[in-house]
Design a protein around this ligand. Structure first.
Ligand SMILES: *Cc1c(COP(=O)(O)O)cnc(C)c1O
Length: 360
């Protein structure tokens, strides 16, 4: 039996994507491929409501490559960065900064949506950019980007938003949230193979790229200049770009709202379905993309539930790492999942809790 993935990447792929993945990879230094890339760029700019004059570039590497590119491209030697750290992905921004010798002002938060802006008052500008994960996927928590947008406007720093964890399942609009740099990747809500990440740059961001990025491969200037004619400095993830082009045009045709509503429906169904189970929602500010739950039944570790769902039901959810491993697991509502899939998961969880208590 093939497994059903409820993991926040990779996710269940759509039939068109699977068909595309089974085809021969074409040579990419051609006019036809350039045209496809330019069309994908235009589609992406529309889907994220990028301001006029924005550009998107395609990187070969998972989302972390795009996170690192954003750090080394917008923080000059001697300048500082601000990071909202509410979990593993916020920590990753801090770690990337540390690796590159960038001093970090950290707003360390725990399930704070930031709406009142208090946590941001601890930051000590000037900083060149503020980095935030719109959805902190390690704990299923979303932030109020209007709060960070206000901070960035007030302190004239770039608003760099990693929206990897919620694009396609939740609304993300660059113009409305005053986002200067948007980070996306292929294997979350887009439901494509891993290996491709994207940066969308507002006109303002394009004027603030450092002259000498501290990486040869992740050089945004090269990506932008080759990208102007639909090409990339190095071999692109050709296969994933083909999948992306098809997916984006599908999203434009059907309307992004439909995908967002579908994810909202699955999330609502799952959250209602587990109400009577010994599971507690971890955050009060959840995206449609995912639900993180705490197990409240003593003696049944979260990790055991994760393992049994996989082994006994072929349903794959995501364990948490570190000190949350025994308490929490995560259920994504991304990609090609149906209400039937969610019902199977709720039933399986119900069974596991019934057996769990009977055996004691
Ligand atoms: C998945 C994810 C990333 C990218 O992680 P990779 O391991 O490089 O794929 C970055 N940020 C967030 C919020 C994510 O959910």
């Amino acid at each position: 039996m093939s497994k059903i993935l409820f993991t926040p990447g990779p996710v269940m792929m759509f039939p068109e994507t699977l068909r595309s993945a089974a085809t021969q990879i074409p040579y990419s230094r051609t006019a036809a491929f350039s045209e496809l890339v330019l069309r994908a760029e235009a589609a992406l700019l529309r889907l994220v409501c990028a301001p006029q004059g924005s550009r998107a570039v395609f990187l070969t590497g998972s989302g972390t490559a795009a996170m690192e590119t954003s750090v080394i491209s917008f923080i000059d030697a001697g300048a500082s960065a601000a990071v909202v750290n509410g979990g593993a992905f916020g920590q990753r921004f801090s770690d990337i900064c540390a690796r590159h010798g960038v001093p970090v002002q950290e707003a360390s938060v725990d399930r704070d949506p930031l709406t009142d802006g208090k946590a941001l008052k601890e930051l000590r500008p000037p900083v060149s950019a503020l980095f935030i994960n719109a959805h902190e996927t390690s704990v299923g928590h979303v932030y109020d980007l209007q709060a960070t947008a206000r901070f960035c406007l007030e302190h004239d720093c770039l608003h760099v938003v990693d929206a990897i964890g919620l694009f396609v399942t939740d609304r993300i609009e660059m113009t409305a949230s005053k986002i200067d740099v948007l980070i996306l990747s292929s294997n979350k809500g887009l439901a494509l193979a891993p290996g491709l990440s994207m940066l969308v740059l507002s006109p303002k961001a394009q004027t603030r790229i450092v002259a000498q990025p501290r990486s040869y491969y992740l050089d945004l200037r090269g990506m932008l200049s080759d990208g102007a004619r639909g090409q990339t400095p190095f071999t692109p993830a050709i296969g994933v770009i083909l999948q992306l082009a098809e997916r984006l045009s599908g999203l434009l045709t059907a309307g992004l709202d439909r995908s967002i509503e579908h994810a909202r429906g699955l999330a609502g169904q799952f959250r209602a379905g587990i109400e009577r189970l010994p599971l507690k929602l971890y955050s009060r500010h959840m995206p449609n993309a995912m639900t993180a739950v705490e197990v409240t039944e003593p003696g049944l570790p979260a990790r055991t539930i994760v393992d049994r769902l996989d082994a006994e039901h072929g349903l794959v959810v995501a364990p948490n790492g570190g000190k949350l491993e025994a308490k929490m697991f995560r259920v994504a509502h991304m990609g090609n999942l149906t209400t039937g899939d969610v019902a199977s998961l709720v039933n399986a969880l119900t069974q596991i809790f019934q057996n769990g208590s009977r055996s004691r």
